[in-house]
Design a protein around this ligand. Structure first.
Ligand SMILES: Nc1ncnc2c1ncn2[C@@H]1O[C@H](COP(=O)(O)OP(=O)(O)OP(=O)(O)O)[C@@H](O)[C@H]1O
Ligand SMILES: [Mg+2]
Length: 365
């Protein structure tokens, strides 16, 4: 690991005096409102946002289109000013920063975008150099830093290449390298993998995780891809009409979503009933038919245990469909099973806590 990346660049980062921030808290939003007043009618994009993000955390923001995700992330580096409330970075209200101190804040925050935002007429090296040139670094320092970061993102030797010669994934790697040039402590990602194919998305997510671990960077990311959240985020907040409707550890939110908006976002991940099974499923039990049970695991307690299920039902259990994900060490998912257990036994089984989070009889086959 490259320790040089950890050292704060004293010239580029005049310290902001931290106030009463807790050691682990990196960002805090309290009572944040954002109203856009440019158009014919004011638009309230954010309302009553209270949020705390820990140092070194990977924090996700999800919500439907127009929910206020980009507005929220843009308040963190003052690309947008809040209309009311405060955004604290290390305990400092960034709304009060002016001049050099605002510049210093922005240098401590890197940002990457869906469409990479690279300058097409400039080489990779020139693109990387821009933030450092503006900050007054010497050419040799800039080149050394660019080399170091291109290596970190797996693009060594690409200094003289123009962006048009790079794939989408490579462009995003350059975007990430550029965002890291000034050794930021916070990386903001607005749909950073949305323009990439699944495989490239995986490699960029792995890179973000690697950066998070190796450099201790806090990462705040927006995505409409729930699989991205599931894979790399520690905690997630759900926005709806500019308000927080739910937040918590990823496993909890995915296991037992409370808000309607969260359920709707997660719906594509929930397996539907397979067509052949749906066709065969009867609403009433014919003689000799087996019951089809849907068992939910929400990560809070029970793990799937077929032996225990069989014992509780007094009959074997056959797995028909479904799967279990392990998120942050918690088993989450839905299983469809068939069992010949009689109705009386089923009724008492459904009330048994400890074997699953929730269960229901879907029908009979
Ligand atoms: N510069 C602006 N001026 C006026 N209204 C804006 C501006 N930017 C965003 N809005 C409005 O604020 C609301 C929130 O927009 P925002 O871009 O934050 O949503 P989002 O969750 O990022 O959506 P998407 O998933 O489509 O990117 C929307 O109603 C949007 O039309
Ligand atoms: Mg957006």
């Amino acid at each position: 690991m490259n320790t040089a990346l950890r050292k704060p660049a004293a010239a580029a980062q005049p310290p902001l005096e931290p106030q009463a921030a807790s050691a682990r808290e990196h960002l805090r939003l309290s009572g944040v409102q954002k109203v856009y007043t440019g158009g014919a009618l004011p638009v309230t994009a954010l309302a009553d946002i209270d949020l705390s993000i820990a140092r070194g955390e990977i924090f996700g923001i999800i919500g439907r289109s127009g929910a206020g995700k980009s507005s929220l992330i843009r308040t963190l580096n003052r690309l947008e000013d809040v209309s009311a409330g405060q955004v604290l970075v290390d305990g400092v209200d960034i709304g009060t920063l002016k001049g050099d101190r605002l510049v210093a804040l922005r240098r401590r925050i890197g940002m990457i975008f869906q469409h990479f935002n690279l300058l097409a007429s400039q080489t990779v090296l020139e693109n990387l150099a821009l933030p450092l040139k503006a900050a007054g670094f010497r050419r040799d320092e800039i080149e050394a830093r660019a080399r170091e970061l291109l290596e970190l993102v797996g693009l060594q030797g690409k200094e003289q290449v123009y962006p048009s010669r790079l794939s989408g994934g490579q462009k995003q790697r350059v975007g990430i390298a550029r965002a890291l040039m000034l050794k930021p402590e916070l990386l903001l990602c607005d749909e950073a993998t949305s323009a990439l194919d699944p495989e490239t998305t995986q490699s960029i997510l792995a890179l973000l995780q690697d950066i998070n671990r190796r450099l201790g960077l806090t990462i705040v990311l927006i995505t409409h891809e729930m699989a991205v959240i599931r894979q790399i985020c520690d905690r997630v907040v759900v926005l709806e009409h500019g308000r927080i409707v739910e937040q918590g550890p990823v496993w909890q939110l995915f296991g037992a979503p409370q808000a309607e908006a969260t359920r709707a976002l997660l719906a594509p991940l929930a397996a539907q009933l397979p067509a052949d099974l749906a066709r065969r499923l009867a609403a009433t039990r014919q003689s000799g038919a087996r019951a089809v049970l849907e068992l939910h695991y929400d990560g809070q307690g029970a793990e799937p245990d077929f032996q225990a299920l069989g014992q509780a039902l007094g009959a074997p259990v056959e797995l028909l469909h479904g799967g279990i994900d392990r998120i942050q060490g918690h088993a989450l998912g839905r299983l469809l099973v068939a069992t010949a257990a009689p109705e009386r036994r089923l009724a008492s089984f459904l009330t048994q806590t400890g074997l699953f989070a929730r269960a229901e009889v879907l029908g009979y086959v």
